[in-house]
Write a protein that binds this ligand. Sequence first.
Ligand code: FAD
Length: 456
Amino acid sequence: MGMTTTDVLIIGGGPAGYTCALSAQNSYPHKKITLVREDDPAVIPCGIPYILATLDTVDDNILGDQQLIDKQIDIIIDTVTDIDGQTAITAQGKKIRYHKLVLATGSHPVMPSLQGAHLPGVYVIKKNLAFLHQFKKDVDQAHKIAIIGGGFIGFELADELLKLGKEVVIIEKAGHCLCAAFDDEFCKIAEDEMVRLGAQIITDTTVTAIQGDKRVSSIVLADNTTLDVDMVIISIGWKPNVSLAQKMGLQLGDSGAIQVDEYMVAARPNIFAIGDCAEKKDFISRNPLMLMLASTAMAEGRLIGSNLFGLKVIKEFKGTLGTFCTCFGKLSLGQSGLTERAAQRYGFDYVVGTAQVPDRHPGKIGDASMIHIKLLFSRYSHILLGGQVAGGKSTGEITNILSILIQKGYKDMEIDTLQIGTHPLLTPSPISYPIISATVDAILGTHKDGLGSDIH
Ligand SMILES: Cc1cc2nc3c(=O)[nH]c(=O)nc-3n(C[C@H](O)[C@H](O)[C@H](O)COP(=O)(O)OP(=O)(O)OC[C@H]3O[C@@H](n4cnc5c(N)ncnc54)[C@H](O)[C@@H]3O)c2cc1C
């Protein structure tokens, strides 16, 4: 096969690679941009749970190449197997010579070494269309499904399965589901909603074996309890896909992802890494962070796309906030920055403020829902360190406001005097805007130090 050349080679067409390609084209319209990815067509990873019940068909979750095509970005469907100097070599024998290389190879689901994990009817979630068709077909036939792992993906899948009338049991190793992202009182709200929707939740235990003959028929828990199920979904985490990076001799960080500097440079001057395969640093503590979010991947993609041939965007990525939100049943939850659990782990001295207010005013307006919010401020620096929100759909954008306030280092008194717009049908009341009310609570020191309050 012949050699092709390109100015920018992006390996990976997930949220990171896709966004990077568009940003690179916007910033350097005269450069040739090439994107190689394995999957055709690519799927929207965050939409995967919704192929089960909310979307009409699995194909409604296809990412679509039109934006790339419109920008004349070359798309190659292939697997890059090796890098030789400045040349990528693919499984189909193509050679692509590049000037700048961006690794956006993403992540793979963690498969535990568990007896029976490879039985038919046992799944980890893959970001692949053919897999999703097969997965959905199997879900449609199943009656009782165990989800191993009570993180946000496990909860979103459970919500969809319950909408289909399936029996769902969630097994979580920790004391609470969602505890990587939320403090206990928020985890409890989430668990209560999931139970209200019909799921069974078993915490503080592990699955020790998956049993079955031709197909999964039961799981065994640590206390030897056996639960009959006819399908198992394992959702216990994701690991960075670094096989190519390792072949290239790139340095991996403590988290196992590719080590990068503030500008996502993996090796000077021409190799970058972004998205799930690249190491993150916690925004506040600066510790290495294993965090995989499409929103983070896209922010990195936009930054690198702009900076490939010169530092156009002087943006020190101080670290990753891990801002995210999720939604199941009638509940939405969002989080940004430090939880109390993380603040205590890192040794931060903090104060807490909380508030419970409706997100419309008056609160009797039809679509109002109660917002529970908890903020953490540095006790002496007064900087906002983190926030958690639970409530209705407005939770998503309230979380995004928190994310901006944390990124910009807002202090309690600055938030107290923020200029905001309000309207009865659209927002909480100006006299009890959730972020401001919780901030005032923290300033007044109404809460016991470091304990937060019970928000039930
Ligand atoms: C079910 C589910 C729900 C989620 N929901 C959310 C959500 O609501 N919000 C959120 O922010 N995040 C969510 N996430 C996380 C989010 O999907 C990931 O953080 C995101 O996909 C990371 O993007 P990425 O581009 O770094 O990697 P990936 O999406 O993993 O893409 C990797 C790309 O690399 C390609 N590739 C890998 N190796 C090679 C190779 N050698 N040669 C060529 N191509 C290669 C693959 O084909 C793929 O195109 C969810 C994830 C899942 C699984």
